[in-house]
Design a protein around this ligand. Structure first.
Ligand SMILES: Nc1ncnc2c1ncn2[C@@H]1O[C@H](COP(=O)(O)OP(=O)(O)OP(=O)(O)O)[C@@H](O)[C@H]1O
Ligand SMILES: Nc1nc2c(ncn2[C@@H]2O[C@H](COP(=O)(O)O)[C@@H](O)[C@H]2O)c(=O)[nH]1
Length: 206
C-alpha cells in the first residue's frame, strides 16, 4: 500500500541574509504545517537562546560522538563550530507524513541534496552584499572579525545559489514568507498529481 511521506523543505543561504527571521515569521503564522527541525551545534548560546528550542547545544566531544554514531542527516563546520541536523527526528517526522523544515548553511544543504534529492531546496538571497553586511552589523551578535569572515564566506555561498530549486530574495520578511509559502503549496500540488498518476498505474487504470 502506498504511504505518503512528508516533504523535506531546506531553506539555506548566507549568514545574515535573514533565514532565522524568515523561519520564525513562517512558524508564527497560524496555518503553518511545517515541523521545524532544531539543529545541534557546538556554538555557545547567544543571549536569549534556549537549549532545545533554538538549538541543542553540545560540546565538541558530544557532537563528534553523534557523527561517529551516524545520528546526523548532515553536518558542517561553520566558522569554527559544528552544526548538524538530527537524523532520527527528520526521518520519523517525514515517515509520519508531516513536512520538515530545515534552516541550514549551504555545505549541509548540498549534503542533504545528495541524500534526499526529492527535497525542496530554497536559497534565500540578500538584495545585495552590502545589505547583507549591514544586516550582520545590525544584528550585533558577532564581533567585526567574525562579521568579516561571514561576509567573505557569503561570496562563496552566493555562487551555490544555482544548485537550488528556487531563489527567494529577502527584501522584506513578509514578501519572502509569502514566496516560500507559494512555492511549498505549488510543490504539494505537483506531488499530488504525480502520486495520483502513480497510484492509478499501480491499480492498473493506466
Ligand atoms: N528582510 C529584511 N530586511 C532587513 N533586515 C532583515 C531582514 N531579514 C532579516 N533582517 C535582519 O538581519 C539580521 C540577520 O537576520 P538573521 O539572524 O535572521 O539571519 P540568518 O540568515 O539566520 O543568520 P545566521 O545564518 O548567521 O544564523 C537580523 O538583525 C534581522 O533582523
Ligand atoms: N549545516 C548546517 N548548518 C546549520 C544548521 N543549523 C544552523 N545552521 C547554519 O549555521 C550558520 C550559523 O548559524 P548561527 O546560528 O551561528 O548564526 C547559519 O547559516 C545557520 O543557518 C545545521 O543543522 N546544519
Amino acid at each position: 500500500m502506498y504511504k505518503k511521506r512528508g516533504l523535506l523543505i531546506v531553506l539555506s543561504g548566507p549568514s545574515g541574509v535573514g533565514k532565522g527571521t524568515v523561519r520564525k515569521e513562517l512558524f508564527s503564522q497560524p496555518n503553518t504545517n511545517y515541523e521545524y527541525s532544531v539543529s545541534m551545534t557546538t556554538r555557545s548560546p547567544r543571549e536569549g537562546e534556549v537549549d532545545g528550542v533554538d538549538y541543542f547545544f553540545k560540546s565538541r566531544e558530544e557532537f563528534e560522538a553523534l557523527i561517529e554514531q551516524d545520528k546526523l542527516l548532515e553536518y558542517a563546520e561553520y566558522v569554527g563550530n559544528y552544526y548538524g541536523t538530527p537524523l532520527d527526528y527528520v526521518e520519523a517526522t517525514l515517515e509520519a507524513g508531516r513536512d520538515v523544515f530545515l534552516e541550514i548553511e549551504v555545505v549541509g544543504a548540498a549534503q542533504v541534496r545528495k541524500i534526499v534529492p526529492e527535497g525542496l531546496f530554497i536559497f534565500l538571497a540578500p538584495p545585495s552584499l552590502s545589505a547583507l553586511e549591514a544586516r550582520l552589523i545590525g544584528r550585533g551578535t558577532e564581533n567585526s572579525e567574525v562579521i568579516k569572515s561571514r561576509v567573505d564566506k557569503a561570496r562563496e555561498e552566493l555562487e551555490m545559489m544555482n544548485l537550488y530549486d528556487y531563489v527567494v530574495e529577502n527584501d522584506e520578511v513578509q514578501n519572502a514568507c509569502d514566496r516560500i509559502n507559494a512555492i511549498v503549496t505549488a510543490e504539494h500540488c505537483r506531488r499530488e498529481r504525480v502520486e495520483k498518476r502513480y497510484i492509478q498505474m499501480l491499480e492498473g487504470d493506466l
